[in-house]
Structures are given as structure tokens and as C-alpha cells.
Design a protein around this ligand. Structure first.
Ligand SMILES: C[S@@+](CC[C@H](N)C(=O)[O-])C[C@H]1O[C@@H](n2cnc3c(N)ncnc32)[C@H](O)[C@@H]1O
Length: 288
């Protein structure tokens, strides 16, 4: 989709805009790697309508406006109270994307950005029914690194292996888990490992016939799938620091990430602090 030399050139135009971002600390939201990806995708696809699912403080809303002229934006979040930037010309909606009618939009010119932490398997019927063609998915992590299905897993024909870590000090979560356990919601197939300060839970692989058919169907509908590369060499330790330090996990032997755009970026403390911290194989999917 992009040549590395093109991305290297684009980065400096992006940086000029990124330096003016109104939200200073977008924790839990998109950081520099994915903001650059989103900027490049928007410039390439040139949608006239963008639906973003997952607004949080409004950083991506700001970036869409800063990257495209004359774009109609629908910004959806089931909790709009965290917004730090609000625009009069953006249509804000507070229910799930599937609750609205999108039949009037030209699907060839409409892009959806999913950044809402909703399992991608729950989006398949909606996408099919509405015939959307251009999608971006933010938290596109591989198996074992997230608790729900991502496009990456489905594209690579994998079934979710869900792991959960619960600290003993997190009494609320612990109680909820125990209740679910004794209600036998997992049909005794889960593995519970007692560690010194936390519980590690491994759920069984979920291979459901209906789901499998839906995944097969989606793979047939995919015309093009593209994962955006990280800006600099992917650093597993930096990216998954919390899980490595809090939950005794080991760095896996294999963790495939695209080659970076730059070998090294000029020393800039603000940028360096953000690099790699949130990189999750953000992808673009073009459906038939
Ligand atoms: C990672 S944040 C979004 C970050 C934002 N795109 C950014 O980078 O500036 C995820 C957001 O999704 C929202 N969310 C959760 N479920 C949702 C749903 N079903 N539809 C839309 N938003 C949802 C949460 O309230 C949260 O604000």
C-alpha cells in the first residue's frame, strides 16, 4: 500500500501537524505510531465520510479533521464524557455503531475506524448487512495478547486463546471471576494457575461452527488487508512492559511485526517516549 520512502517523506509533514495536537497525554488512546498510520490511511483513501467508533478524549477526531478537508465525521462513543476537544461540525453519537442506520452513505467513500475495544467477531454481521468497504482496526494484536478477536487473527485463520491475569489485590475482579467459575460458565475447560500475587487463567480455544463460517465468509470478502509498520524497530519489552513485569510473562520466541519505517529517528524526547508504547499492527481492510 505504501513504499517505505513515501512513508519516510510523509512523516515530516505529519510531524508538523502532530506537534499541534490539543491533547497532551492521550493515555489509552492512539499514540504517535498509530496516529501516523491513521494520517497516511486517510490521505490515501480520501473518504468523504468517516465514522470513528471510540472517541475517548478526541485525539483521533482532531487528527481526522487535521488530515482531511471537507470530511463529514460521525464520532461514536458509549461514554462521551471524556472528550477534551469537541467540534460543532462533528456528529457525536453515544450508542453502538450497529444501532444507527447508515444506508444513506456512499460506502465506496466511507471509512470506519474501529478503536472501541469491541471484539471484531461481533462486527461481522453489521459489516455484511451494511456493505461497508473501507475499515481501519486499531488494536490489531495477535493471539495471546488480547482478550478478543482481531482482524489479524481472523485473517491468519486463528482461533482466540484468551488469557486473563487477576491480581489477588483486585478483589472486585476476583469475586466476579469466582462467581462465573462456580456458575460453571466455562464448562470446566479453563486452566487456573495460582501465582504468588495473581491468578493466571487460560480459557479454552473457542471453535464454534457458526463463528468459523462467518470467518470463512469474511476472508472471502477481503480484497486487501494491510498492516501498517511501526515507525522504529518494534520493541516487545517496551510495548508489553506491564505484562512482563507484573505477570511474570516471557518474551515469545516469535512475534511478527513489519520492518520499521526508520532505522532510527532523530533524538526527540517527547517522540521517543511515545514510540512503540502502543503499536498494535493497526490495519486497513478493503472489503469487496
Ligand atoms: C481506546 S479508546 C479510543 C481512543 C481514541 N480513538 C483516540 O485514540 O483518541 C476506546 C473508547 O471506546 C469506547 N467504547 C467502548 N465500547 C464502545 C462501543 N461499543 N462503541 C463505541 N465506543 C465504545 C470507550 O468508551 C473508549 O472511550
Amino acid at each position: 500500500m505504501f513504499k517505505t520512502s513515501y512513508l519516510q517523506k510523509q512523516f515530516y509533514s505529519f510531524l508538523k501537524i502532530y506537534k499541534t495536537k490539543p491533547i497532551k497525554n492521550n493515555y489509552s488512546g492512539m499514540k504517535i505510531d498509530h496516529c501516523f498510520a491513521l494520517y497516511c490511511f486517510l490521505k490515501k483513501i480520501k473518504p468523504t465520510h468517516v465514522i470513528e467508533s471510540g472517541v475517548w478524549k478526541g485525539q483521533t477526531t482532531w487528527l481526522i479533521k487535521a488530515s482531511l478537508k471537507n470530511v463529514k465525521i460521525f464520532s461514536i462513543d458509549i461514554d462521551l464524557s471524556n472528550r477534551e476537544v469537541i467540534y460543532n461540525d462533528v456528529k457525536y453519537l453515544n450508542q453502538d455503531i450497529s444501532k444507527y442506520k447508515w444506508n444513506k452513505l456512499n460506502k465506496n467513500k466511507t471509512l470506519i475506524i474501529f478503536d472501541d475495544h469491541v471484539c471484531f467477531s461481533r462486527r461481522l454481521d453489521f459489516l455484511k448487512k451494511n456493505q461497508f468497504k473501507h475499515l481501519i482496526f486499531d488494536d490489531n494484536l495477535p493471539n495471546n495478547h488480547i482478550s478478543y478477536y482481531t482482524p489479524k487473527m481472523i485473517y491468519e485463520n486463528q482461533y482466540l486463546i484468551k488469557r486473563e491475569f487477576i491480581k489477588y489485590s483486585n478483589v472486585g475482579r476476583l469475586i466476579k471471576f469466582i462467581i462465573r467459575y462456580f456458575k460453571n460458565e466455562f464448562k470446566n475447560k479453563i486452566k487456573v494457575i495460582f501465582k504468588f500475587t495473581f491468578l493466571k487463567i487460560i480459557y479454552p480455544e473457542l471453535i464454534d461452527k457458526k463463528l468459523k463460517m462467518k470467518f470463512d465468509d469474511l476472508r472471502k470478502q477481503i480484497k486487501f488487508y494491510y498492516e501498517f509498520p511501526p515507525l522504529t524497530k518494534f520493541n516487545y519489552k517496551k510495548r508489553f512492559n506491564k505484562i512482563l513485569t507484573n505477570f511474570d510473562e516471557k518474551i515469545p520466541n516469535k512475534y511478527n511485526v513489519k520492518n520499521p519505517i526508520f532505522k532510527k529517528l532523530k533524538n526527540n524526547k517527547k517522540i521517543n517516549n511515545e514510540l512503540n508504547t502502543q503499536y498494535s499492527n493497526i490495519c486497513y481492510i478493503n472489503l469487496k
